[in-house]
Design a protein. Structure first.
Length: 262
């Protein structure tokens, strides 16, 4: 029988310690003088949860020790415990992987298994890159988004659009614009791609005329109601919200509405 205890914190519980009960003391293993033994344990946790909050009981991360229940005699009637120091292992440390590490492993595993064309794989990569952005780690976001667009086949429009966000934040507008073009090439009905392309072109100081806007609207499958449209004309249904929020680009020399600032 063994326990997992928190190193140096006797008042803290370890979430890894197994649940056990007395079973006629048949769990003891004899060890003769001078003998040695090595045990390998796979520990799983948490082993208990708070019934009200649903949170695990005990610590999952930190320094821990393995504690054996040692006795100096083989008896079910006599209590003859060995000194505590004999039953305590060396300290070991447990660190749980971060959310991004888990997402990265899951995405890479899905891609390696041949499911790269599955939308689930693309979704895992999008969540991974978004987690990088939320942490402010642009280098990781650049690396992960570059690997993601290469791994997912066929191309995923939203993944390319997210790649464009990363490149824009890293100060590489030309590459960001090329990524948006790849998003539109992957899905010509992806309206957010046309919006991103227009904003990037405005930021670059390009003239985006009505012809270009019209081409974008037509490519997205949206029919604008002109002056001659009757009451029966219907506007297109709104696009479902993307899992990646669009990044607002401020035009040069103006505010967000495009008005010139004095």
């Amino acid at each position: 029988m063994y326990h997992i205890v928190v190193d140096g914190e006797p008042d803290e519980d370890a979430a890894w310690t197994p649940t056990w009960a007395c079973a006629a003391f048949r769990w003891h293993e004899p060890l003769a003088p001078g003998d040695a033994r090595t045990d390998t344990f796979r520990i799983d946790g948490p082993t208990g949860w708070d019934g009200r909050t649903g949170q695990p009981i005990g610590l999952l991360e930190g320094r821990f020790r393995l504690e054996y229940d040692l006795r100096t005699c083989w008896s079910t009637a006599t209590h003859c415990p060995a000194p505590d120091s004999l039953g305590i292992s060396n300290a070991f440390e447990v660190r749980l992987p971060s959310d991004t590490a888990r997402l990265r492993r899951a995405a890479e595993a899905a891609s390696a298994s041949g499911a790269g064309s599955d939308s689930v794989t693309a979704s895992l990569y999008r969540r991974l890159v978004q987690a990088d952005l939320d942490r402010g780690d642009l280098e990781a976001a650049d690396r992960d988004s570059r690997g993601a667009v290469a791994a997912v086949e066929p191309s995923d429009a939203r993944l390319w659009a997210l790649r464009a966000v990363v490149l824009h934040r890293r100060g590489r507008p030309a590459e960001a614009l090329a990524a948006v073009d790849s998003a539109i090439a992957a899905d010509s009905s992806y309206r957010e791609g046309y919006l991103r392309r227009g904003l990037l072109q405005i930021e670059a100081g390009r003239e985006v005329g009505s012809a270009a806007c019209g081409a974008g609207i037509e490519g997205a499958g949206v029919q604008a109601a002109g002056p001659g449209a009757g009451r029966g004309a219907r506007s297109p249904a709104p696009e479902p919200a993307s899992d990646v929020s669009a990044e607002t680009v401020r035009p040069r020399g103006g505010d967000r509405t495009g008005r010139r600032s004095g």
